[in-house]
Structures are given as C-alpha cells and as structure tokens.
Design a protein around this ligand. Structure first.
Ligand code: GLA
Length: 373
C-alpha cells in the first residue's frame, strides 16, 4: 500500500516542493487473451496494487524523473527533436510524454517521483500502470483535461510507437477505468464496456511463477503478426473480414486450407476465445462460477496448444490448481511466457489453496511463488 503522505514527503526531500499525486492500477485478465488487438472482447480487473507518480510543474521544458524501484534518475528535454527509446524503464515515461506532445498536447516540464507496487515482469501490467500514472501526472501539472479513454489510447500508442511492443488497448484501458473488486468487459472495437462484480463467497488468487522468459517480447509481436497474416488470407475469401473479430469458428473451419497451419491455430485461439468471453460475462453476472471456471480452463488449454503462449511453469501451476478443493477455474493471464495464473476460488478454501499451491510449486521447481489475493 502506497501512503500518500510518505510519498509527498519523499518528493519534498528530493525537490523541496509540494507534489500532486497521480496513480494507476495493475490488472489481472480474467478471460480474453490476445483478443484485444483482434478487435475482440476482454475481461480484465484492476488490482489493488498501483503505481503512483508524485509530480510538480517546472517552468522549463525538462522532465526530471526518479524511479524508487530502480533507484535511478533520468532527465529529458521535451524539445529534443529526435527522442529515441533506450530499452530502459524510463522509455515508458518518456514515450508517454513524446506521444502526448505528438497528439498536439503542449506539456509543461515536470519533476516526477515514481513509486510502484505492481510486480514488474509478472504479466500484471506494471507497464500500463506507469504509462497511465505518468500521463495523468503530465496532463495534471500542465492543466490539460483528457477523457480516460483517450488517455488509454495515447498510452497504448506510446507502447506501440515508442517502446516497440505491439500491444492492444486492454491494459491501458483497465488502468484508466478499473476499480478493485470489479471486472470490466470491454468490446475492443466499439470501446463500449460493462462492469460486473464477483459474487460473494468467491475470490481471485493470482499465482506468480516467478519466471519471465526472454522471448516474451519478440514472441508477442510475432503472434500479432500471425494474426494479421490470418486476417489478410481470410479477407481474400471472406471480404467482410476486417479483424479476427469478424470470423466465426464455422467460417474458419471452412477456409482452413487458405491458411498456413500455424496461422490457422493462432486464429482458432482468437476466434474461440472471443466466444468464451461472450459466454463468460453473463455467466459471471448470473453467479454461475462453475461455468465461468470451465471457460477459464478452456482458455488456458487453447493458449497452451493453439496460441503457444504458455510455458512449463504456467502449465504446472494450472495443473496443480485444477485438482484442489474449491477451485472453479484457472488459467494463465496476460502476455504469457511466464508471469502469473489467475485462479477463481471459493473464499472458504482460499487459505488452504494458497498453502498447498505454494508448497507443491516450490517442491517441483525450487522456486517460491508469490501469491496475491
Ligand atoms: C499484454 C498486452 C495486452 C494483451 C495481452 C494478452 O498484456 O499488453 O494488450 O494483448 O498481453 O491478452
């Protein structure tokens, strides 16, 4: 938990000024993986963990940034004619500033102190949290109002164009709109969304494999390219297809031979996953948690076999959880190749679930998993 007064004090010690605070949460995705950039459906929930940026306005056009997590400072000039990413944590901050300016929003210089509690590299979207908290801070000190959805879109652009990850809108969207304790169902084409709360008696447990495989970034962009190849080939025979969102499973089967076999499996995951999210939302609203859990498990199997975005550690956590009492469903969550699983568990079984999963995972891998409820 980040204490506001503590962060304001740390800011004053560094810069001798009073700061305003801006924050954005991490997220866990309940279902709907790799569907966002295919104009489909997702169902993320905001976490209680957030990233907080303390900020004050400067009279020049410099950004002076300090990260407590990395215990490092960086300085940038907003007038730099050719800002470039440097594969450094500060890319997320600088990228947001660059894209806000490119969108025609004239920013003031600022001092920024960043304190994050979203675990980094765990697939819980610490990057969107820092992007959105930074955007809020830069816009706030510059006195520029911006609608949350536009903020999310510009932060996504920062990640696509500056950081170089071809992510969809899900993480930045939930960092702008989410509140702990509720799930959001977003239509990534229309950007309409609805909220739902978890029924009493159920809770989410996130299990961290404590691994993040190196290939995550390149594989992520490769999967997105596979999906684009699928759209291109399917649109030749199905002219109404603009995104995988527009394809049904029946159409996909009928035109299977138009696709490279790997591309076909990537598409099958996305098309089936969109169907699953659309079934999962009403199931959650009706409190049909067994149904919801079955959809989660089917999602995981599809991510493992068709989309190939899982890894042995995630599969192990899923297998260990599946047999335990009180578990409705479990799946990997987020961009994959490491990171976390999300488990939907009966509240009364949550303590014993956590104990058992931690000890069995540690026995099998030698790694102690972090668990978040
Ligand atoms: C990452 C991306 C999201 C989304 C997920 C997979 O978290 O940032 O846009 O594509 O992976 O669902």
């Amino acid at each position: 938990m980040i204490h506001d007064s503590d962060l304001v004090r740390a800011f004053r010690e560094r810069w001798g000024e009073t700061a305003k605070l801006f924050r954005a949460p991490g997220r866990v995705n309940l279902i709907g993986e790799f569907t966002d950039y295919n104009e489909g459906f997702v169902m993320p929930a905001a976490l209680a963990f957030s990233t907080c940026v303390a900020a004050s306005k400067r009279s020049d056009r410099l950004l002076e940034i300090h990260s407590e997590t990395f215990d490092e400072s960086r300085q940038f000039n907003l007038d730099d004619p050719e800002p470039r990413a440097s594969h450094h944590w500060s890319d997320y901050v600088r990228g947001v500033a660059v894209i806000l300016e490119r969108a025609g929003l004239r920013l003031s210089g600022a001092n920024l102190l960043i304190r994050g509690e979203v675990p980094i590299g765990a697939g819980l979207s610490s990057s969107a949290a820092i992007e959105v908290a930074t955007a809020a801070a830069l816009l706030g000190v510059s006195g520029i109002p911006l609608a949350p959805m536009q903020t999310a879109q510009l932060c996504q652009r920062a990640e696509n164009e500056f950081v170089g990850i071809q992510c969809g809108i899900m993480d930045q969207f939930v960092a702008c709109h989410g509140a702990p304790g509720e799930a959001l169902m977003l239509d990534c084409r229309s950007l309409d969304f609805r909220r739902a709360t978890l029924p009493a008696g159920a809770c989410l447990v996130i299990c961290n494999t404590m691994v993040q495989h190196q290939l995550a970034r390149s594989e992520y962009n490769q999967r997105r390219a596979d999906c684009s190849a699928g759209v291109r080939d399917l649109a030749r025979v199905l002219p109404h297809v603009i995104a995988l969102r527009d394809v049904t499973l029946l159409e996909l089967e009928q035109h299977r031979r138009a696709l490279d076999p790997v591309v076909y499996r990537r598409c099958r995951h996305v098309v089936a996953e969109n169907d699953r999210v659309q079934q999962a939302f009403p199931a959650l609203q009706r409190g049909e948690l067994d149904r919801f859990g079955a959809l989660m498990r089917a999602s995981h199997d599809s991510l493992r076999d068709d989309f190939e975005a899982s890894c042995p550690e995630l599969d192990l956590l899923v297998d260990l959880a599946s047999g335990l009492p009180g578990v409705y469903g479990v799946r990997m969550t987020g961009g994959g190749f490491g990171g976390c699983t999300v488990n939907l568990v009966q509240q009364e079984h949550a303590d014993s679930f956590c104990e058992t999963i931690a000890s069995r995972y540690q026995e099998a891998t030698g790694k102690e998993p972090s668990l978040y409820r």
